[in-house]
Design a protein. Structure first.
Length: 234
């Protein structure tokens, strides 16, 4: 059977499935994607609501990703850079700790912050992307780890934000909650980046970031390698 006669069924339109489909299509095969939700993108999908852009998962794209950089149109993505540091909440308030090698003007503030050791500080959706909110508005995104069964998740999160930011958070409007199953594969130290990046049983291939590295790059690498294995002459 020639490549052009191959129809490949892909279950799941996340990054791995889409990357696999692109590679197959470019080679002349006929990929057919089945997606159970109402759109593709998986954990990096973005919805529009009342002028806001809502990401379904918190994703960080490193511009050094080789495969993702080649596959994606980074100009159209209009990527925005995070400042190299963090605001850490303590009972006494917010403390800023920055990467002082890239943000030397914050050297004293970071060095004197009662967070971590001096060695830690050396290792060390909001106004970042204005298009994510209508003019004059701001978008705050909160990630909650673990499985939260309680029905009062919204009130619990607002109470936490109230402690962080004061009474202003009480007036914030809740837009949407996404419960994302298997949001990030477990990847303890020493795991990942091993094996072919996919699994095969008979004529069925399994791909995804959990089979290479828990990242955007890992999902794309897994999808591309799966496509290459399918296209390889038997």
């Amino acid at each position: 059977m020639s490549i052009s006669e191959k129809t490949v069924l892909i279950v799941g339109g996340g990054l791995a499935g889409l990357a696999c489909a692109i590679r197959l299509h470019e080679a002349g095969a006929r990929p057919l994607i089945f997606e159970r939700s109402d759109g593709v993108g998986g954990r990096v999908r973005t919805d529009q609501l009342d002028g806001f852009l809502l990401d379904r998962g918190f994703q960080v794209f490193l511009d050094a990703y080789p495969e993702a950089g080649d596959l994606l149109d980074k100009d159209k993505l209009d990527l925005r850079a995070f400042r190299p540091g963090a605001l850490i909440y303590q009972t006494s308030g917010m403390r800023r700790v920055m990467d002082v090698f890239r943000e030397p003007r914050h050297l004293m503030e970071s060095a004197l912050a009662p967070v971590g050791s001096f060695a830690d500080k050396l290792r060390v959706p909001s106004d970042l992307a204005p298009d994510y909110a209508p003019p004059g508005r701001a978008l705050v995104s909160v990630s909650v780890l673990g499985i939260v069964e309680s029905g009062d998740l919204e009130s619990r999160v607002l109470a936490e934000l109230d402690a962080w930011f004061g009474g202003a958070a009480r007036a914030w409007r809740h837009l949407r909650t996404y419960r994302i199953e298997r949001a990030l594969p477990r990847q303890p130290p020493g795991s990942g980046f091993t094996g072919p990046g996919f699994r095969k049983e008979a004529d069925v291939y399994l791909c995804g970031d959990h089979l290479w590295s828990a990242s955007i790059e890992g999902a794309i690498v897994s999808g591309l390698r799966t496509a290459d294995a399918i296209l390889k002459p038997s």
